[in-house]
Design a protein around this ligand. Structure first.
Ligand SMILES: Nc1ncnc2c1ncn2[C@@H]1O[C@H](COP(=O)(O)OP(=O)(O)OP(=O)(O)O)[C@@H](O)[C@H]1O
Length: 330
């Protein structure tokens, strides 16, 4: 197993991006992105559709070449196509890349062979990975019959079978339900500890962002913040008041004018950030007659709220583009 340094604020970054830029026909998808990934951490790239997450992932995975910028591994500048960098990485793509005609064990063995692992060592790693993802007794089943969650766990095992130091994942839990999402993350964290991994993933799920050690928040190809989920959430002063109303835009305008509140409409609901949310509830109910408000709810801010505050855009929204371009197929 590779020697792993503990994640501390002072330890040298394992992986660094400096000024990474990638354009597509004049449109800048990733715009001078600089980022340090510390050894042993799980760093999430968070942003809405079109923020540049997948482009960053593809550049790191060696599938796209950058227009500018460089990558360092343990402080050493490396070309993104350098085979020594590739060997240090395990990769999970957005789309499944398992072979449906093969069994789980065969899929893992194929992964091992692709990285030059053979014989007893390959067999040992395949068995170890199957047990680490909790599927040791299912290894001889064809994966075509498996649930989305089991398949994702097997992809995790296959990405790690050659014992890389860095795991790169592009929206790994997209489409998984809550239970499969939790199981995937429990296995990921266990594997991070047992394999001494450093993890970089892209996501636009606020619940996934919440379980990362640190988050790099991307908007329109630029880094807008990088911190722990807790530190990012604490940037929001107080509570979030979420109001359902038949005419949300009109209500938000009145809340701004009459009560001086910073009210916005987010996904059809009026949203107000307030230091003392509970004190605002009776004021609201008194100020607006029945029928203007359908429901009023008070909650703690989530990372989706933080994202909205940082960028003025909802996490679920698409980043607007200046000129429409066809989305590429993946
Ligand atoms: N091959 C391509 N050709 C043209 N434009 C592209 C290509 N790949 C990405 N883009 C554009 O670059 C921008 C960033 O896209 P990217 O896929 O990296 O964002 P993302 O944050 O990963 O979004 P998603 O969550 O939808 O994957 C978008 O405007 C996108 O349309």
């Amino acid at each position: 197993m590779p020697e792993v340094l503990l994640s501390t604020a002072t330890s040298q970054p394992l992986l660094q991006l400096e000024g990474l830029t990638r354009r597509f026909k004049g449109r800048t998808a990733v715009d001078g992105l600089s980022l340090s990934v510390r050894p042993g951490e799980i760093l999430g790239l968070l942003g809405p559709n079109g923020a540049g997450k997948s482009t960053t992932f593809q550049v790191l995975a060696g599938l796209l070449s950058p227009d500018a910028g460089l990558v360092r591994f343990e402080g050493r500048e490396l070309s993104l196509s350098d085979p020594s960098l590739r060997r240090q990485m395990g990769i999970i793509f957005q789309r499944s890349s398992l072979d449906d005609l093969l069994t789980a064990r065969e899929n893992l063995m194929l992964g091992a062979r692709l990285y030059g692992l053979g014989g007893e060592r390959a067999r040992e790693r395949v068995e170890a990975m199957l047990s680490l993802i909790g599927l040791a007794d299912r290894g001889d089943e064809r994966v075509s019959t498996w649930s989305g969650g089991m398949r994702r766990r097997l992809e995790l095992a296959r990405a790690l079978v050659h014992q890389p130091r860095v795991l790169l994942m592009d929206e790994p839990t997209q489409g998984l339900d809550e239970a499969a999402f939790r199981t995937f993350w429990a296995h990921l964290k266990r594997l991070r500890d047992s394999e001494g991994l450093t993890v970089l993933l892209t996501t636009h799920r606020a619940d996934e962002a919440d379980v990362c050690d640190r988050l790099a928040v991307l908007d329109a190809g630029k880094l807008v913040a990088c911190d722990t989920p807790q530190a990012l959430a604490s940037r929001m002063g107080g509570d979030i008041l979420s109001v359902e109303a038949p005419e949300p835009e009109a209500l938000a305008a009145e809340l701004r004018e009459r009560l001086g509140l910073d009210a916005k409409v987010v996904e059809g609901r009026v949203q107000v950030e307030a230091p003392q949310g509970h004190a605002l509830v009776p004021r609201l109910v008194e100020a607006f007659p029945a029928g203007r408000l359908t429901s009023v709810a008070l909650r703690r801010p989530t990372l989706a709220d933080v994202f909205l505050q940082l960028t003025g855009r909802a996490l679920g929204a698409d980043v607007p583009t200046a000129e429409p371009a066809p989305r590429r197929r993946r």
